[in-house]
Design a protein around this ligand. Structure first.
Ligand code: AN7
Length: 413
């Protein structure tokens, strides 16, 4: 089934400050409120949107199935992102006593991570707003995805990476797709500050998750999961958290479905961080009004090695309003679940992605998760993103002479 784009489609929305409610025009190039500095979000005129679930279901499953709830006019910059598989985790679920444990494999997107959902929308908006170049800071996947979509759009891309802390596959993608790749002698949080200054000074379009349009694309993970469960809303959605853009985006999207009357219940939004990088977990556990940044985040899951989450304000709201929770897992738990997913389910994900399922295991064992729950874990990136961490965990291939005798000896047969 091929998606037919309605070239005359023009969405109606405003950019609204989540702090003071100030409203900005949809053609403004702005990332945070110029009055109070808080984050912005896209708000549609939901009462006047004419769409039914049946209309959506008649289109191929992809980000663009839901275009009435996306900000892009006309034809988008696309590589057919979304429509990722929702797998039933039968063996791992059985071990944990969970009948309905699912993984939405976002590693099956064009560049191998969920970021493509955001970038198809974000880069389309960059063109729509007349921007000539785009940039981001990244722990890796955002840079790979932006490089891919910048190439597709035919515009120059600048990415800032924390030196020595980005998985090999992600750097390879950013380089091969033609981005200008800058390695910053500092961590991700510093790289983000720098790229924000750069974009402001030079009129470059910023595509980190502070950009409200990018999050619009990412919210479609939740839409698809519900469609794939035949309209049933999961009791809980579990996501790894770094900048907290994705979990906030999924929550926002589901609220919109609820306002449209398409669903009558919200999943408990559950965020999982790494032990050495858990500012959101602390804020939730200690019931703090805001997230206190972690100055030196550290974890093997470099994708979520982020101490000052940009979307802190949004994630606390999403978790609290949905009666969800946040918890951390150790690097050992992350790697153990990466192996379990690979070997028991045939699902290859990168370490940060395994954190969501490792988090479910912990929350089941500590009695927070009820075994009757229907749970969707978002596994965010593909195994091949970080081949070095894979190789370090596995025994090397067995060397063997090119004879049957040696082969049988090597196999101990
Ligand atoms: C595989 O690429 O922040 O909580 O710069 O790559 O929305 O930040 C990546 C984040 C989870 C966390 N899983 O998502 C980047 C970057 C994977 C990721 C996250 C990331 P957010």
């Amino acid at each position: 089934m091929k998606y037919e784009y309605d070239l005359t489609f023009s969405p109606m929305f405003d950019l609204v400050c989540i702090g003071c409610g100030a409203t900005y025009r949809s053609d403004a190039v702005i990332y945070t409120c110029s009055t109070c500095g808080h984050l912005l979000e896209v708000r549609y005129d939901l009462a006047n949107i004419n769409i039914t679930r049946k209309d959506w279901l008649s289109r191929p499953i992809s980000v663009w199935r839901y275009r009435e709830l996306l900000p892009v006019a006309g034809e988008p910059v696309t590589l057919q992102e979304g429509g990722t598989p929702l797998y039933h985790l039968k063996r791992i679920g059985e071990e944990l006593g969970l009948k309905e444990l699912y993984a939405k494999h976002e590693g099956m997107n064009p560049s191998g991570s969920f970021k493509d959902r955001g970038m198809t929308v974000g880069v389309s908006m960059a063109l729509q707003l007349g921007m000539k170049s785009v940039a981001c800071a990244s722990t890796g996947n955002t840079s790979a995805s932006l490089a891919v979509y910048g190439a597709r759009a035919g515009i120059p891309v600048i990415v800032l990476l924390p030196s020595g802390k980005v998985a090999l596959g992600k750097v390879a993608q950013a380089l091969m797709h033609g981005a200008k790749v800058i390695s910053i002698n500092g961590n991700f949080d510093r790289a983000l500050e720098m790229v924000r200054d750069l974009c402001e000074t030079k009129g470059i379009y910023l595509l980190n998750s502070v950009n409200p349009y990018r999050l619009e694309g990412q919210k479609t993970i939740g839409f698809e999961a519900i469609d794939q469960l035949n309209g049933e809303v999961p009791d809980r959605m579990v996501l790894p958290v770094g900048n907290a853009g994705n979990i906030s985006a999924v929550y926002k999207g589901l609220l919109e479905l609820s306002e449209l009357g398409f669903i009558d219940q919200m999943p408990m939004m559950t965020g999982i961080q790494a032990e050495g990088s858990q500012p959101v977990v602390r804020a939730i556990r200690q019931n703090l009004p805001e997230v206190i940044p972690e100055p030196s985040p550290e974890t093997i899951a470099t994708a979520i090695r982020i101490g000052a989450p940009v979307n802190a304000e949004k994630v606390l709201h999403a978790i609290r309003m949905s009666k969800g929770t946040a918890d951390y897992v150790t690097d050992e738990e992350i790697l153990g679940m990466q192996r379990d997913l690979a070997r028991k389910e045939g699902i290859g994900v990168e370490p940060a992605s395994a954190a969501s399922v490792a988090g479910v295991k912990k929350l089941v064992e500590t009695g927070v998760i009820d075994r009757d729950e229907r749970i969707v874990c978002v596994v965010t990136g593909h195994l091949l993103k970080d081949p070095e961490t894979v190789i370090r965990q596995c025994a090397p291939p067995i060397e063997c002479d090119a004879t049957l005798e040696s082969l049988l000896a090597a196999l101990q047969l």
